[in-house]
Design a binder for this molecule. Sequence first.
Ligand code: ADP
Length: 505
Amino acid sequence: MTVHKLASLKFGQTRVVNSLNLADPKLFHSQAFLNGAFVDGVDGRTFVVDNPATGATLATVAICDAAMTRQAIEAAAAAFPAWSKRPSKERSAILRKWAELMVANADDLAAIMSAEHGKPLAEAKGEVTYGASFLEWFAEEARRVDGSVITTPLTDRRLVVLRQPIGVTAGITPWNFPCAMITRKCAPALAVGCTIVIKPAEQTPLSALALAELAMRAGVPAGVFNIVTGDVDDAPIIGGELTSNPIVKKLSFTGSTEIGKLLTRQCADTMKKVSMELGGNAPFIVFDDADVEAAVAGALVAKYRNTGQACTAANRFYVQAGIKDAFAKRYGEEVAKYRVGEGTGEGVTIGPLIDDAAIQKVRAHVKDALDRGASVLVGGSDHELGGRFFQPTLLDGVPSDALMCQEETFGPVAGLTTFTDEDDVIRLANDTPYGLTAYFFTRDHARVWRVAEALESGMVAVNTGLLSTAEAPFGGVKESGLGREGSRWGIDDWTELKYIAMAGL
Ligand code: ADP
């Protein structure tokens, strides 16, 4: 990404906002959000956020340094006592209002998201609804942050467990779901009474700042929700403060395994609680007895949604020999129907990749698979639109030691590997340090249980390509992370249990 620190493109910015045709242009912010106010970066410094479809500048956004991050943490600490003591019903009402405002402003939020991320407008709008669902869900859970009374071993005492908010918290979020990854963290945090400082990804801070505007309108008090922004070079500085400051009691991170490990190490010195939602390497298994049409539908959404840029994206396709030809034929026919273009384009279903590094990785994975003997069924190279556009691609005969089976491709490329034996495919599926999502298709009920239990994965999708929902626990095992987001368990990571022994009764 080009960096123009000290740049002033305010006039250009107005033009961009006009071109987005927002019903409410006040949702477009480029300043950081600290203690309930939008503020300039340190010394007025800014970085450029571009539109990945065109490379055009969208905004110049405030750069926060360690001192500004400290100010945000201190604002969150000052806001914590009142927020955590607020009746849960009031916190619940504010979160619900915030969710309603997201839904009411879904078109504008989607336009901003599509511009900075590149995803098709319909997908962006879907993400807004999904993002709002976490606020709604945790607005409900806010009223069920229950403790427990334990059966006492001694008659003169009573043993009680309280569940209390952990305090000031921090969230570091990725660019692939610019809105939902923020609400998935701040909704449980605020529901239980924590306050939070969020650092959004440098590629997509505008969605985060639009959420801040709506938080303010919903009545989230100053200091309860803060956003510190910065470019790629600023991330270690902001992250350094968030992970070393003893005021911060918990960090929730979504991003790469490499940075997740680094941040976990940094958090160790002050013994912060961490939740880590990291990379995946999802297997997608189609057994001979699967419904081909259902498997194709699942494989389309599991691979190509978000242009393949999801940690849950199917990354390795293992197809049993008896169904391989039928599946490959139908999958290829559907992949060829994708329409590539700018997210705002009519009928577009596949957007650009996020940046140049992303397209280079996709190219490298395809080349590596072809060098190892794979063949192209659909696509296989850069799209004629150029820039960051890649053709929706389907390869066949990909050996399981190919790069695309070893690490996340994060692009619109699927590669098929044929297998024969169930035990072999389970061994292949588990032969990875990652364990976030696994998909499989079968109509045999005994196999459903056998395979679902054998897969080393935090989440298993059976006969579907989509499993994320606010009601269910999202998270991984092995090097895919720690902790769960969403669901009734989603408040665990934001609370501490306090045991009170009451004697002399
Ligand atoms: P990706 O490769 O998908 O961009 P990253 O793990 O690099 O994933 O980024 C996810 C988030 O982590 C982003 O908000 C990014 O700015 C942030 N980040 C990257 N490096 C660091 C770091 N050293 N310290 C703190 N945050 C970081």
